[in-house]
Design a protein around this ligand. Structure first.
Ligand code: GTS
Length: 208
């Protein structure tokens, strides 16, 4: 049956999942749990949180577990154990920076934005180095020659940071090219022209 993505109407931790599904032509239904979150949806979730993926009668939460589940099922986890390990390593690095970004947005935006942006080059440098050094064939893959789930998570992370700090990729040519290749992918280009994408806020509190 069709997958269901259960999440709020924000990009947040759901957007990497959406772009993976869209870019790979995997059909899914979007369920907005914001309307009756506390009573109807939260109690169903193993950690009381969302995003959640329903795969027939299998309910999975934790955004990175969802990405990995879809990657295993749809061939987006590299071709070797080493590639899978590098994909995991990069995705965990994405998670580290995403957690810092989420903390800024929801807990420290006014007082922390300038300092966060000043430190952002230090946070992006490891990704620039990784993408430059691992011999990826420059087709927009962070590992090897095939897209992986980490590419959707990293690309969404760059996307939200370009909104927060428009010039943040200027000193990182490899990251910038990687991000532009992502935006140019037919599946992504088409998705970003939909009303569903354009109307969706990046975060739940209107800050970006
Ligand atoms: N580690 C979890 C974090 C999920 C999370 O923090 N979800 C928030 C929404 S969001 O921050 O991802 O937009 C939530 O469910 N909040 C509602 C609640 O906690 O009741 C993941 O990666 O999925």
């Amino acid at each position: 049956g069709k997958y269901q993505l259960i999440y709020f109407n924000v990009r947040g931790r759901g957007e990497a999942i959406r772009t993976l599904l869209k870019d790979n032509g995997i059909d899914y239904e979007e369920i907005n749990c914001g309307n009756n979150w506390q009573k109807e949806w939260k109690p169903q979730m193993q950690f009381g949180q969302t995003p959640a993926l329903r795969d027939n009668d299998f309910l999975l939460v934790q955004s990175n577990a969802i990405l990995r589940h879809l990657a295993r099922k749809h061939g987006l986890y590299g071709d070797t154990e080493e590639e899978a390990a590098l994909i995991d390593m990069i995705n965990d690095g994405v998670e580290d920076l995403r957690s810092k970004y989420v903390n800024l947005i929801y807990r420290n935006y006014e007082n922390g934005k300038d300092e966060y942006i000043a430190d952002l080059p230090n946070q992006l440098q490891p990704f620039e180095k990784l993408l430059s050094s691992n011999g990826a064939d420059r087709s927009g893959c962070c590992v090897g020659t095939k897209r992986s789930f980490a590419d959707y998570n990293l690309s969404d992370l760059l996307d939200v940071h370009v909104v927060l700090a428009p010039k943040c990729l200027e000193d990182f040519p490899t990251l910038k090219a990687y991000y532009q290749q992502y935006l140019a992918r037919p599946g992504i280009l088409e998705y970003r022209e939909t009303e569903a994408f354009k109307q969706r806020p990046i975060n739940g509190n209107g800050k970006q």
